[in-house]
Design a protein around this ligand. Structure first.
Ligand SMILES: Cc1cc2nc3c(=O)[nH]c(=O)nc-3n(C[C@H](O)[C@H](O)[C@H](O)COP(=O)(O)OP(=O)(O)OC[C@H]3O[C@@H](n4cnc5c(N)ncnc54)[C@H](O)[C@@H]3O)c2cc1C
Length: 380
């Protein structure tokens, strides 16, 4: 077992950290307060290869693996979870769905533009009436000649307003349950498609979370992604990778909250000495650091299994469940260590506290991760 990053992975970590601290950190609070989408940064990340991390060079990707992807996402999210979730939804949901289920023609048409950051991607599964129970989606896709006509609304879609390309799951056969769901590639500007309500959120406010509305939207039949009826099965495969990215997002936020708390505990003096000299604070820091390290190991294990071509349903869910819950605890303790200064916007602790909550909800809540893990255990 090798727990070390390679020299190339350490270089990647260093360069993403430098970029995040130099180009993202100075703007984080302004973007957060204005809910401003950091499009310029996303374009720069495209140039750095971070909008197509895990895709082969022949499709314009960076030709790296999931371990590298986790390294990069953790560094971005350590500075701004909003940038982390934008990159995660684009890479591991939208682009990866096209990569795992697309025809050669679809891959060549879309992945190079997505990987370079020229196009931004979104992935629409959730609907107002179907979240955890994603198989009960109601958006319909009815075949009419050379088109599928889509009608319905997707909700809470990351990058929904800004995406050029979206993967959308819709019902093609109402009689066969989850086997009646299919995936489609929808492009911005297709008649009958529009982005709807942009959510005003607790955290991750610089990321975009929007409705996607389909009203008699005619999608060419050539944009059916994967086999008709395989949309749900492919979506679950996509989520195996996606959940590793939410684990990495969680790790980054947890590490950011920890770093801020450690620094503050050395600076803040009470009773004539830095608060880090009090055992109560030291125990918090020790627990945070230990749990983050355990979460990192689970996440890297899932990522390296994925790189080895193994099925990671259980490991991805374990990593996502544990890392997200650790991150929530770390962000909470981060605020506590800052005392009253953790409650105001002059310090980063309150933003980590707000941003982190998405991690136990998105791409399947903690309750759903436990269901997935238990189902895998009971199969044994
Ligand atoms: C910021 C943000 C970004 C998102 N981005 C995307 C995106 O890009 N694409 C996309 O498709 N979706 C996206 N989502 C949606 C997200 O995946 C869902 O919100 C999530 O899956 C939960 O669904 P829900 O909100 O409908 O909650 P519900 O399913 O209604 O759950 C409510 C509560 O009930 C619990 N619950 C539900 N069923 C069970 C059960 N069987 N057993 C035990 N407990 C249960 C849940 O765990 C939860 O605590 C995003 C959400 C947010 C907030």
């Amino acid at each position: 077992m090798d727990f070390q990053l390679t020299d190339e992975q350490k270089d990647l970590q260093r360069s993403v950290r430098e970029f995040a601290e130099g180009e993202i950190a100075p703007h984080v609070m302004e973007w957060d307060e204005k809910s401003e989408f950091p499009m310029e940064v996303i374009k720069q990340l495209g140039k750095m290869g971070l909008m197509g991390v895990v895709f082969p060079a022949e499709y314009g990707g960076a030709d790296l693996g999931y371990v590298d992807y986790v390294v990069a996402l953790e560094e971005l999210s350590r500075v701004d979870g909003s940038v982390g979730i934008i990159v995660a939804a684009h890479n591991s949901l939208c682009t990866n769905h096209i990569y795992v289920a697309g025809t050669e023609e679809q891959k060549r048409k879309y992945i190079p533009k997505l990987a370079s950051g020229e196009f931004l991607g979104a992935w629409g599964l959730t609907e107002p009436g179907s979240g955890s129970d994603a198989g009960s989606a109601r958006t319909t896709a009815v075949r009419k000649g050379n088109c599928f006509v889509l009608n319905g609304t997707k909700t809470f879609i990351t990058n929904g307003h800004y995406a050029d390309v979206m993967v959308v799951i819709a019902v093609t056969d109402k009689t066969t349950g989850t086997h009646g769901l299919s995936a489609f590639i929808v492009e911005k500007g297709m008649k009958g498609f529009r982005a709807g309500k942009k959510e005003n959120k607790l955290g991750l406010r610089a990321s975009d979370t929007s409705e996607m509305i389909f009203e008699d939207c005619c999608v060419p039949a050539t944009n059916l992604l994967g086999k008709e009826g395989d949309g749900f099965i492919d979506a679950m495969r996509v989520l195996d990778g996606g959940r590793i990215s939410i684990a990495a997002l969680s790790l980054g936020i947890a590490q950011g909250a920890f770093d801020a708390a450690l620094k503050y505990s050395k600076e803040r003096k009470q009773f004539g000495r830095p608060i880090c000299e009090f055992q109560a604070i030291q125990w918090k820091l020790a627990d945070m650091a230990t749990e983050i390290e355990a979460a990192r190991l689970l996440t890297f294990r899932a990522a390296s299994m994925k790189d080895a071509g193994m099925k990671t349903t259980q490991e991805s869910s374990m990593a996502k469940l544990y890392a997200s819950e650790v991150a929530v605890r770390c962000a909470n303790e981060g605020v506590q260590i800052h005392g009253g200064y953790g409650f105001i916007k002059d310090y980063p602790a309150e933003k980590f506290y707000r941003d982190v909550k998405l991690c136990t909800i998105g791409e399947g809540t903690s309750e759903i991760q436990r269901l997935v893990i238990a189902r895998q255990l009971l199969k044994m």
